[in-house]
Structures are given as C-alpha cells and as structure tokens.
Design a protein around this ligand. Structure first.
Ligand code: PFF
Length: 493
C-alpha cells in the first residue's frame, strides 16, 4: 500500500492527484485543465529548452536544424502528445499497467506493457544525467550572487566553467543536492506546492527571458543570431542532425516514456486533450526559441563558438549578466528559475518508475523514492566522471559502407552515450509504439470518444499518428543508423 500519510497530505490539497495508482476508481484528478497544463508544462519546460536546445542547435549549424526540429514538434510531437495523454487518461494507471490494460481492452498482447517498461528505464537514465546538469545550474546561483563573473571576459568565464566541471567532488555535491530536492517532492507528494511553483515561477522565467532578449538586442549581434536560428543552410544538416532534432522533439515535450501518460492519467474526463496538448507544445517551443534568441547574439557578439557543446549556456549567459545593470541580481534569479524548471521536469522523469514500483513491489511511495534515488544517484556518477576522471574514456561507433561512413557516435563519453541512447533511440521508439498503438490498434471508437474533437481534426490526428509520425521516426532511424546503406550493401544494389 502507498504511504498513507503522504496520501492524506496529497489528497487534502484538493489540487493534486493522490499517489494511489492502484486505486483506479477513486483516483483523484487534477482540479482543472489549467492545472494539467501547468503540470505538463512544468514537465516539458526544463533544461531541454534552455540548456540543450541552444547547444545542440549550435552543434548542428543552426537554421536547418531548427526547421527540422519545429517540423518534428508539429507533425510528430503534438499528435503523439495527444495520443500519450489519451492512453494515460483511458488507462488511469502507471504506464506498464496502463499499456497492459489497454491492450487487453482492445484484444492485443500484454507485451505492450514493455512499452511502459522502456519508459521507466528511460526515465531513470535521463534523470541520472539531468540531475548532474541541473547541479551545474545550482552551482551557478552562488557564483552569480557573489559576483564571480563581474568584469570577466569570455576566457575568464570559460575558466570558471572548466574549473567547476573538472572537480568531481563539487559536481557530486550539487548532483546530490538536486536529486535530494527531487526525491523529497516525489516521496512526500507535495504536488500542491509544485503547482504553485509552476503557476508563479513559470511566468517569472518568461519575464526574465524577455528581459534577456532586450539585452541580446543590445549586443549588436541580434540580427546575426536571428539569421543563425532561422535561415536554413541545408548544407550543414547531417543525418545525425536530423535524428538529434527528432530526438529532441520527444525530449523537450517529455514524450515517449510515460511521463505525460502518468500526468494524463490524472486528467478529468471532460477536459480537451487537444487544446491542452497544443498549449503545452506552444509554450515549450516559445521558451526554447527565446533561449536561442538570447544565447546566439551573445555568442556572436563575443566571437564565441556556437558549437561549444554542453557548456554553451554556462559560458555565454554569465557574460551577459556580467555586463548588464543589476546583472548579479538577474543572474541569480535566472539560475534559481532554471533550477526550478529542471526540478519540475525531473519529478516527472521519475514518476513513471515510482508509480510502477509502488504497485509492483507493494511498497510505499517513500520507500520507492529512496530506492529510486539511490539508484539514480549512483548512475549519475557516470555523468559526473564524464567531465573529468573518465573524459578520455570514449567510444566511437561507425558503420562503413560503400556509400560512405556512417557515424553513430563519435568520441562519446558516458554522458554522450546516455543522452544518445535515451533521446535519440528510446524516446522516439517509445513514441513510435505509442503512435502505432493509438493509431492502429486502439479501437477508433475509443480514441474518438477520448479525444472528443471535430471530425476533421480527428481525421487529421489519425492520419498523423497512423502514417506521418511512424514513417518519419522509422525513416530517420534507418537513415541515421546507416541501415539503409547497410542493407543496400548486403543486397548489392
Ligand atoms: N522535457 C524536459 C526538458 O525539456 O527539460 C525533460 C524531460 C522530462 C524528458 C520528462 C522526458 C520526460 F519524461
């Protein structure tokens, strides 16, 4: 049985769902669509938007990558989000049980539970590195507040960052702190507080991003930044770039691993899934584009490299804060808000595992949170050491064919490997299975009933989840892995 104390606390907030996944009939629900939108936005908006989107855009040459990313959000992301929320609401359970239950309902194999399983594992793995990076953001709060960056030039800021990541003990300290905060919420189920945090802090983050855009306009390189983001240069687009853009569409919308399914399971029956999904995807995309509009002008104004990698925002934003009026104040606030955004995402990353574990092992939420916390903490050390002790321990994986060399991973550290495995493979695969299930296997009367949208909209949705989304995922997969070339080589065509 779940921990009764925390159940009572949770239910007494009247805002939030209970932590009793097995009790489907009495399952509490979000109090309104707005609360669901807030929670899902809290999950979607996180490090993916502000840290990852700018740096992978920089690594993949800008405009063309952004265009593919936006296309993926619209044609795969939104329809799959609708599908995932829908499956969650219909199943009203943890992802593994939901998939088994729905498969039974439509007369299909219980093996669909594997989809839930993959999500549980993906969530674990993502959280292990997510927590380390969120730890970097936490470390920047005292840096900002104490004026560490005041008057520093790009080289100076770079040194602060390199110094931080080269000390495993410091990274472990921040990783532990962040994970502790996450597990605290997960264990105690104080979601009422979380909703308030999202309600107030998300708009504040928006406001700060707008202030930073004004700063970016002031750098003199704003147009260059805009051109970099929005003028596609297809010569810079690689197959790996396309895979990465698609993977990121899943990552940034928290799709393909059951997180949104769990949130959907608390959604009241009457609320419109389509409107909620649009709203979440829209806000998420806005935050990512705003982050890009801030970072790249700073990059160009200071003659930095857009392809600096995972440290990009940590090397650029302090320059801006170091130069602007009240920079220390804004900078401190910014990194606090970034930690909050990461926090609301990390909770949803581990939620599928928690709900599944509670049910499977029949243990309390607190116990499951402790187990999960220890496991994630240990796995996080792989990422911590990727930036220092084991930074030379890399793998490169290529497939060479007569059509050329296909690089799957190049000098990948453990962190790069985990990121690749989860974002580029597990989430799209999970999304593909969700699309196939919702589009082909679920009875149409069920999906029509759940989605409750106009005939035309339903037809469009069905077309997207049946054909476009699966096709795009499969084609991108095959291409990126060089499998097409491989098969061609084998068949000698
Ligand atoms: N969407 C989050 C971000 O962009 O930071 C990361 C994430 C959260 C991915 C939850 C997947 C997930 F299930």
């Amino acid at each position: 049985m779940p921990d009764s104390a925390s159940s009572i606390k949770e239910s007494s907030s009247h805002q939030s769902p209970t932590n009793q996944p097995e009790n489907t009939s009495a399952r509490e629900q979000w109090s309104s669509r707005m609360v669901f939108i807030l929670a899902a936005t809290g999950s979607a908006v996180g490090l993916g938007n502000i840290w990852k989107f700018p740096y992978i855009t920089g690594e993949n040459g800008g405009g063309a990558f952004v265009l593919v990313y936006l296309l993926c959000i619209a044609s795969i992301g939104v329809p799959i989000m609708m599908a995932e929320v829908m499956l969650g609401r219909r199943g009203r359970n943890d992802p593994v049980t939901t998939m088994k239950k729905l498969a039974r309902e439509s007369g299909h194999s219980r093996a669909w539970g594997l989809l839930g399983w993959m999500g549980v594992i993906a969530g674990f793995l993502i959280l292990s590195y997510y927590s380390v990076i969120a730890g970097w953001a936490m470390a920047y709060v005292p840096f900002m507040a104490s004026g560490t960056f005041n008057g520093l030039d790009a080289a100076g800021v770079n040194t602060v960052f390199s110094d931080l990541v080269s000390h495993p003990e410091t990274l472990i300290f921040w990783h532990t702190s962040f994970l502790f905060l996450t597990m605290l919420v997960v264990a105690r189920g104080v979601r009422g507080g979380l909703e308030k945090a999202v309600t107030y802090l998300m708009p504040l983050l928006f406001a700060l991003l707008i202030i930073l855009i004004f700063y970016a306009i002031d750098t003199g390189a704003f147009q260059k930044g805009v051109a970099y983001l929005f003028t596609p240069d297809f010569s810079k687009l690689t197959t790996e770039g396309i895979l990465s853009a698609m993977g990121h569409a899943f990552f940034t919308l928290s799709l393909g691993m059951g997180a949104i399914m769990v949130y959907g399971s608390y959604l009241p029956a009457k609320t419109s899934i389509a409107k909620a999904s649009f709203a979440v995807a829209f806000m998420d995309t806005m935050v990512a584009l705003m982050a890009g509009l801030i970072i790249f002008p700073i990059v160009f104004a200071n003659s930095l490299e857009p392809s600096a990698g995972p440290g990009l925002i940590f090397k650029t934003l302090p320059l801006a804060f170091g130069q602007m009026d009240y920079g220390a104040l804004f900078g401190t606030l910014f990194f606090i808000l970034l930690v909050f955004a990461a926090w609301t995402s990390s909770i949803s990353l581990i939620e599928p595992a928690i709900t599944w574990g509670m049910k499977t092992f029949q243990i309390s939420r607190v116990k499951m949170a402790v187990f999960a916390g220890i496991f994630v903490w240990l796995s996080g050390l792989l990422t911590v050491f990727s930036f220092n002790l084991t930074s030379d321990l890399t793998i490169t994986s290529t497939i060479s064919t007569q059509y050329g060399e296909f690089v799957i991973l190049k000098n990948a550290t453990a962190f790069d490997f985990l990121d690749y495995l989860t974002s580029n493979i597990m989430l799209p695969l999970g999304g593909l299975m969700i699309a196939i299930y919702a589009g082909w296997l679920m009875k149409k009367e069920y999906s029509r009933d759940e989605l409750d949208i106009s005939r035309a909209m339903y037809a469009l949705w069905l077309f997207l989840v049946r054909f476009i989304a699966p096709l795009m995922v499969v084609v991108v997969f095959l291409n990126a892995m060089g499998v097409v070339a491989f098969i061609r080589t084998i068949m000698g065509v």
